[in-house]
Design a protein around this ligand. Structure first.
Ligand code: HEC
Ligand code: HEC
Length: 258
């Protein structure tokens, strides 16, 4: 199935990728990309997925790699694997490895396919996050912001690109179990909102909007509910296409504290 889909996409991909690589003067032909594609479809797709984003924190189609800068670094990873991780070594010749790299590089051109937005700029995205987007009113990044929503310090390693996009453009589509918003009203009428941490028959543990961990006895509550809609605003209409691309570009660079 995945292979069929890849083959189907190939003509589009090759056409899209060709002008960019041709400009670089490496003399890369569609046949080279196709050879890489077939190797990818045989040996990589089961783990990395047809779009290269199936492993959380790794996005082969982003053109950005955590562990590689140059094409040569990529060849090394492909041949030697990444010791201590599930990324296996493979007995690929230099030529086969190079075709794989050509294919990975060509994927970058198609990585934006989920959104047809303009190319983003991480620097501008950081500014949008800190000002217009008001993201730090609810999120923490490094030492800045608050903890009303999930910490985004390492969002670029823990979530795939498509998940980050969905979080911004359709927040209620997928709320992770660990981010479930809960709203409770105590018997005395006090309203408490926060993120569910845990619950059992008698109690609910939540992180309230000030970042304080609370344990509430259900018997002390007038009502409580787990929200199906995210408190996170939908940014589809709040930010321009350019700003959204910028913010997404910034978020994928957030790989945790170094
Ligand atoms: C058995 C599963 C598996 C297979 C098969 C596999 N990979 Fe991986 N790969 C991984 C995992 C897991 C990681 C992440 C390792 C880490 O950094 O923790 C990874 C990481 C990578 C990275 C580094 C990404 C980065 O951001 O630095 C590259 C490049 C890569 N794989 C390419 C490939 C290619 C090309 C193939 C096919 C020849 C392949 N992988 C086959 C599991 C796999
Ligand atoms: C009113 C508070 C609020 C604001 C403002 C807000 N968020 Fe959120 N955000 C949340 C909450 C709560 C969640 C967890 C529920 C969910 O997944 O939708 C969340 C989830 C997310 C996620 C998914 C997290 C994960 O672990 O998968 C991302 C990414 C994100 N927000 C980014 C942003 C960015 C970027 C901005 C600014 C442009 C922003 N948020 C503004 C409250 C907010």
């Amino acid at each position: 199935m995945a292979l069929k889909r890849l083959q189907y996409c190939l003509s589009v991909l090759v056409l899209a990728a060709l002008p960019a690589v041709a400009q670089e003067g490496h003399g890369i032909t569609p046949a080279d990309i196709q050879r890489g594609l077939f190797t990818y479809a045989s040996f990589c797709i089961n783990c990395h997925g047809p779009d290269g984003d199936q492993i959380s924190g790794v996005n082969l189609a982003s053109g950005r790699f955590r562990r590689a800068q140059s094409d040569n670094d990529l060849v090394q990873i492909i041949q030697k694997g990444i010791p201590g991780t599930a990324m296996p070594p493979g007995a690929y010749t230099d030529e086969q490895a190079n075709f794989l790299v050509v294919y990975l590089r060509s994927m970058a051109g198609s990585a934006k396919s989920k959104r047809t937005g303009p190319a983003g700029d991480a620097g501008r995205g950081k500014a949008v996050v800190e000002t217009k987007g008001q993201c730090l009113n609810c999120h923490r990044i490094g030492s800045q912001g608050t903890v009303a929503g999930p910490d985004l310090t390492a969002i670029g390693s823990t979530r795939r690109l498509a998940e980050i996009e969905t979080a911004l453009l359709d927040p209620s589509a997928e709320i992770r179990p660990e981010n479930r918003p809960v709203r409770a009203v105590a018997k005395d009428g006090t309203k408490i909102a926060g993120t569910l941490m845990n619950q059992d028959t008698y109690t609910i543990q939540m992180l309230d909007s000030k970042g304080k961990l609370r344990s509430l006895y259900k018997s002390n509550l007038r009502e409580y509910e787990f929200l199906k809609t995210s408190p996170m605003p939908n940014f589809k209409d709040k930010l321009s296409e350019q700003e959204l691309s910028d913010v997404i570009s910034y978020l994928v660079t957030l790989k945790g504290l170094r």
